[in-house]
Design a protein around this ligand. Sequence first.
Ligand SMILES: NC(=O)c1ccc[n+]([C@@H]2O[C@H](COP(=O)([O-])OP(=O)(O)OC[C@H]3O[C@@H](n4cnc5c(N)ncnc54)[C@H](O)[C@@H]3O)[C@@H](O)[C@H]2O)c1
Length: 326
Amino acid sequence: MWFVHFYNEVYKLAVVVKILVTGGAGFLGSHLCERLLVAGHEVLCVDNFFTGSKKNVAHLMHYFNFEVMRHDVTFPLYVEVNQIYNLACPASPIHYQYDPVQTTKTSVHGAINMLGLAKRLNARILQASTSEVYGDPEIHPQIENYWGRVNPIGMRSCYDEGKRCAETLFFDYWRQHKIEIKVMRIFNTYGPKMYPNDGRVVSNFIIQALRGEPLSIYGDGLQTRSFCYVDDLIDAMILMMSSQVDFTGPLNIGNPSEINMLELAELVIKLTSSKSKLVFKPLPQDDPRQRKPNIELAKAQLGGWEPKVCLLDGLRETIKYFQSQF
Ligand SMILES: NC(=O)c1ccc[n+]([C@@H]2O[C@H](COP(=O)([O-])OP(=O)(O)OC[C@H]3O[C@@H](n4cnc5c(N)ncnc54)[C@H](O)[C@@H]3O)[C@@H](O)[C@H]2O)c1
């Protein structure tokens, strides 16, 4: 607590940037709010708490430069800020498929509302886009100028196409209204404060292993993913926001080291010292076989940024978090 008091005193003397984080009470948003506050900024966290939780930001309430507002980004928002990070959108298939129409609205109307706000305020705006814009890709690893292979009418389309349309809106506002935009395509990210039971593979495996339940492998388990630890992602997000004005992205951010689901399951079982076995289930529709970012552009544009946290260390931190939640 002494740190927060000391911090609040120093803060009064500093020049601050007012930053809006939509989806600020979610997994990534809450880490971002924390990092921005510690860097001395004024942070407004806006969230409708669909998948986010007040618990994720409760420890930040002592900072007087932190504010939380319940608001749905599908409605216009009138606030005064200098920068906007637009993260609001459920990210896990279970959640975004729960109300697919609302998911598309959140991406599309949310983008229109936040871009309108950025235009009025002349604020810089960063969009949390996704590797899902590449769909089930024909090229591997994915580079930013690949246009993707997305099913427009499937179960995942509300998310994938919603995010693609949001990207279109960002670039049209940039061309038409000269707004300073940053579009970041986030690949699988994991870490503490992930929502439990939301079907994302890292949290799924860890929870199943901690409970001694069988780990669910979809398909043959040979499909690969690459996992980025949350701290590395937040570093990149903040760097991208302050990148050169003419750099818009899209920019891949993720960790290129690849692992298949069988290997990941074995690793989680080992790290949790669990006795869990594996259970094989049918592959969900449109589940991509491979997902791996090419991050050469990120390294070049973000001053040599690259992921620092290896999967083993990141998993240990994440397991510790989930153990503390039981
Ligand atoms: N975590 C990942 O691996 C990953 C990968 C690619 C992209 N992303 C993107 O990053 C962003 C954050 O993802 P996350 O993993 O933190 O997900 P999350 O579900 O934990 O966070 C999303 C937040 O947005 C809020 N939200 C949802 N709809 C809203 C609405 N209409 N109005 C206001 N708030 C709303 C939720 O309550 C939640 O707090 C999302 O836009 C997601 O698409 C995440």
